[in-house]
Design a binder for this molecule. Structure first.
Ligand code: SAH
Ligand code: SF4
Ligand code: F3S
Length: 455
C-alpha cells in the first residue's frame, strides 16, 4: 500500500500561520525507532517544526508494551501534559504504536485520559495525517481502535536523525508466538517488503552519503517466507552487498531456529556484513526453551553460536530472560552455562514480565521477584567477568570503524563503532567524521576500546 498524504498541503497552510512544533517520545525497540523517524518525516512534510520536550505543540508517544513498566511511564507523561492543556496552551497528544493495540489500554485512555487527541495502533501511518488534521484544525477527536496491523505501507517519508547510519525495515510482524511475548499480537503477521523496494531505499541512502545500514525485523531471517516465489534473506543480503557506498550492513533480529547454513555462508563471504551478530538466546535450558516455544535446544543453540564464532572476528550479542514462570535454580544454571560457553560480547537482560494475552501468562509462577532480581545480578556479574577477556583479544588488532564524531566523555578524542559494535575512541579530526577507517586497538576499558587510526 502506497502512503499518500492528502492532508499535506492543508496542514502546511495551517502551519504557515501557526508554526506548530512536534515532539516524538519513542519507547521500545529499533522497529519503533524506525517508525518514529517515519512519523517525523510525516510531520515535517506537513510543515511542522521539530521542537523540544517542554515547548512543543503536538506530542506523539510511540509506545511499547513488551514489558510492564512502559505503561506507567506513558500515563505519567500524559498527566504532565494535561496541565498544559488545561492552561489553554495549544497542545495536542497522539498515542501510537504497540501499546494501543491492547484493548485494556484503549479502555483506560477512553475512560481516564479523554484529553488525548489521536490514538492509533501499529502500521497506521496512512491514517495519521487525517486524524492529526482533524484534531488540530477542526478540533474533532475520536479515540478508536483501528486494526490495520496487517498493512504494509510503502513510500512513507522518513526523517533520519543520523548522517551516516540508517535503519531500514525489511519485514514487519512476527509469526513465532514465543509464549512470553506480546509482539505477534500487537504487530500482526509477518509481511516482507518487496526486495526491489528495499534495494531502492538502500541505493537512495547510499547516494545520500550513508555508510551503514541496519536491516530491521522481528525475525529478519524469515524474510521472504510470505512470497510466492523463492526469495530469502541471504539472497537479499547478497543484493545489498553490491550497492556502492554502503560499507557496513547490520541486521536484527535473526531467530536461531531459522539461522541456516546459506546465511552463514553469505556472512562469511561478505565484505560488508558486520562482524557482529545478534543471536537471542532467551534461556539456556531446553525445557524452558520448549515452554517458551523457541524451537531449539540448549545444545543446538551452542552449536550454532560456536559455528558463528568460527567466522574471524565475529562477536555475538544476545537477549536473555530470567525468571520465566517456575524456572528452577538448575534451569537458570543452564543459562549461565551457555553464557560461559558462548561468551557473548553484549547481553540484553530482562526479568520475565507477565503479558496478558500470551500463553505464558497462564502459567503458575512461584518464583519470588527477589529471586528473579538475584538471577539477573548473577548473570550480569558473569557477563562483566567475561567481557574484559573478550576485549583483550581485540588489543593489537586492526578493525574497521565508522567515525561518528567527538567523544562525549573524552572531548579531545573521536568515537565510532567497530564492525563488532564496540565503542572505540581515538585521535582524529573533523575530516574523518562519516568515514570508515582502520583503527588499531591499543587498550580495553570494559565498555570501550582505545585505539589509533592507521593508514
Ligand atoms: N523479535 C526479537 C525481539 C523481540 S522483543 C527477538 O525475537 O529477538 C526484545 C526482547 O524482549 C526479546 O528478545 C526478549 O528477550 C524480551 N522480552 C520479550 N517479551 C518479554 C517478556 N514478557 N518479559 C521479559 N522480556 C521479554
Ligand atoms: Fe517475540 Fe519471539 Fe517474535 Fe521475537 S520472535 S518478536 S521474542 S514472538
Ligand atoms: Fe515494544 Fe512493539 Fe518493539 S512491543 S519491543 S515496540 S515491537
Amino acid at each position: 500500500m502506497k502512503f499518500v498524504n492528502s492532508y499535506k498541503e492543508k496542514m502546511k497552510k495551517y502551519n504557515e500561520e501557526h508554526k506548530l512544533k512536534y515532539y516524538i517520545d519513542t519507547m521500545g525497540c529499533q522497529m519503533n525507532e524506525n517508525d518514529s523517524l517515519k512519523y517525523a518525516g510525516i510531520f515535517e512534510s506537513m510543515g511542522f517544526e521539530k521542537g523540544e520536550e517542554d515547548n512543543s505543540n503536538v506530542y506523539l508517544f510511540n509506545t511499547c508494551c513488551v514489558r510492564e513498566n512502559a505503561e506507567n511511564t506513558l500515563f505519567g507523561r500524559l498527566g504532565m501534559l494535561k496541565n498544559r492543556k488545561l492552561n489553554n496552551e495549544e497542545v495536542y497528544i497522539a498515542i501510537v504504536g504497540c501499546m494501543t493495540q491492547q484493548e485494556h489500554i484503549l479502555e483506560k485512555i477512553k475512560k481516564s485520559y479523554r484529553f488525548v487527541d489521536v490514538v492509533l495502533g501499529t502500521s497506521c501511518m496512512s491514517i495519521f495525517p487525517e486524524k492529526l488534521y482533524y484534531a488540530i484544525v477542526d478540533n474533532k477527536k475520536k479515540i478508536e481502535y483501528i486494526d490495520v496491523s496487517n498493512a504494509l505501507e510503502e513510500e512513507v517519508p522518513i526523517a533520519y536523525n543520523d548522517k551516516y547510519k540508517a535503519s531500514v525495515s525489511i519485514i514487519y510482524g512476527c509469526n513465532n508466538f514465543c509464549s512470553y511475548c506480546i509482539v505477534p499480537y500487537v504487530r500482526g503477521r509477518e509481511r516482507s517488503r518487496k526486495p526491489e523496494d528495499i534495494i531502492a531505499d538502500v541505493k537512495k541512502l547510499a547516494d545520500e552519503g550513508y555508510k551503514e545500514i541496519m536491516l530491521l525485523g522481528q525475525n529478519v531471517n524469515s524474510y521472504g517466507n510470505d512470497f510466492k516465489e523463492k526469495y530469502t534473506f541471504p539472497m537479499l543480503l547478497e543484493e545489498l552487498e553490491k550497492i556502492d557506498g554502503i560499507e557496513i550492513i547490520r541486521f536484527m533480529s535473526p531467530h536461531p531456529k531459522d539461522f541456516k547454513d546459506d546465511l552463514i555462508e553469505v556472512i562469511k563471504k561478505s565484505k560488508k556484513i558486520a562482524r557482529q551478530i545478534h543471536l537471542p538466546l532467551q534461556s539456556g535450558n531446553t525445557e524452558i526453551l520448549k515452554k517458551m516455544n523457541r524451537k531449539y535446544t540448549k545444545e543446538q543453540f551452542i552449536e550454532l553460536a560456536l559455528k558463528l564464532k568460527e567466522i574471524p572476528d565475529v562477536s555475538l550479542s544476545t537477549d536473555i530472560i530470567v525468571g520465566f514462570p517456575n524456572e528452577t535454580e538448575e534451569q537458570f544454571l543452564d543459562t549461565l552455562d551457555v553464557v560461559r560457553k558462548v561468551e557473548f560480547d553484549q547481553i540484553y537482560m530482562f526479568i520475565y514480565s507477565k503479558r496478558t494475552g500470551t500463553v505464558a501468562a497462564k502459567l503458575d509462577d512461584e518464583i519470588t521477584y527477589e529471586e528473579k532480581v538475584d538471577r539477573l545480578e548473577r548473570l550480569k556479574k558473569l557477563y562483566e567477568e567475561t567481557l574484559p577477556k573478550l576485549n583483550e583479544k581485540m588489543v593489537g588488532k586492526v578493525y574497521k570503524v565508522l567515525v561518528e564524531g567527538k567523544s562525549k566523555t573524552n572531548n579531545d578524542l573521536y568515537t565510532g563503532r567497530s564492525s563488532q559494535n564496540k565503542v572505540v575512541i581515538f585521535e582524529a579530526d573533523e575530516s574523518f567524521v562519516g568515514k570508515v577507517v582502520n583503527v588499531k586497538i591499543d587498550s580495553q576499558h570494559l565498555w570501550y576500546l582505545k585505539g589509533t587510526i592507521i593508514k
